[in-house]
Design a protein. Structure first.
Length: 293
């Protein structure tokens, strides 16, 4: 008996196409677990697609007289329901993984809002990339990273530029840097803080620091054992719900100290004051800010 072609094939083809879409969606979102699960389900559909004639191939067993159509219908209905739910979920993923908004022109980061500014980085620093993500469901975060490194790709210094703002669903959140010292640089008032430490400490999962380290690592660079940095934060308006943060970091080796021997018990050695001041001056000279109207 000649079998009639299955009329469910178009729906199954559509399901396979959608599975490819969701696989790509999760891949872009960095969700390896869901991505692998969908790859497996897609492979099963491709290799073993059910058809209306499957029951006839089992002639002689207990299923030979039962039509496969109800089973296939149920399968497609289930897939349609899953597709609907996942389409909504992938919409959330896309909303949380927007592409970086600011542009990089030569060695300048150009922002048209919050604030409208151009930030110049030294020409001998190499741009390693940008990232943008939803930071812990609290803020929209975008980073751009430049590095200077030796011939072995060990980082000598890096420039971390970050634009961040609280999400509308967090209306009561404000940035507070009242404990930091203030300094005017290129006509802008920054909140400033310098510190040092070993680079062996693991960053908090999902943190901005982890995203920055991922960009540096993806460029094939490695950090030295100890680094020092100065953090500059500019709040563009009185709401204090948005910030521009710039971190300039250097290898500590040039100071003759490590993060361990710069400590005296629980206290920081007095030599740090001179090192800190020199670090801040280098940051001011190397990073230039041009606020635009």
């Amino acid at each position: 008996m000649r079998h009639q072609p299955s009329n469910h094939r178009p729906a199954l083809d559509a399901a396979i196409t959608l599975s490819l879409h969701f696989e790509g969606c999760w891949r872009r979102a960095g969700d390896a677990e869901h991505c692998q699960a969908f790859m497996k389900s897609k492979d099963l559909l491709v290799r073993y697609p059910p058809s209306a004639s499957d029951s006839e191939k089992g002639e002689g067993n207990s299923y030979s007289k039962r039509s496969a159509t109800p089973d296939v219908d149920r399968l497609i209905m289930k897939m349609a329901l899953v597709t609907f739910c996942l389409s909504v979920f992938c919409g959330f993923i896309r909303a949380e993984t927007q592409p970086p908004e600011r542009k990089v022109e030569s060695n300048s980061v150009v922002s048209t809002r919050d604030p409208n500014i151009r930030i110049d980085i030294p020409e001998n620093a190499r741009y390693v990339g940008a990232d943008r993500w939803n930071l812990y469901g609290v803020a929209d975060c975008e980073v751009h990273v430049f590095v200077k490194a030796d011939e072995k790709k060990i980082v000598q210094s890096f420039y971390w530029i970050q634009f961040e703002g609280y999400l509308p669903e967090k209306p009561n959140q404000r940035y507070d840097y009242t404990k930091d010292r203030k300094m005017v640089i290129d006509g802008l008032e920054f909140h400033l803080k310098a510190r040092f430490g070993p680079t062996s400490e693991k960053p908090k999962p999902g943190s901005d620091f982890q995203h920055v380290l991922n960009l540096i690592s993806a460029g094939g660079y490695n950090l030295p054992s100890d680094m020092m940095n100065v953090r500059l934060v500019y709040l563009p308006d009185s709401s204090h719900r948005k910030e521009l943060m710039v971190i300039y970091a250097e290898d500590m080796a040039s100071t003759g100290y490590s993060s361990t021997n710069l400590m005296k018990g629980e206290k920081i050695r007095p030599e740090w004051t001179e090192i800190e001041d020199a670090l801040i001056e280098r940051a001011k000279k190397q990073i230039r800010f041009h606020l635009r109207n």
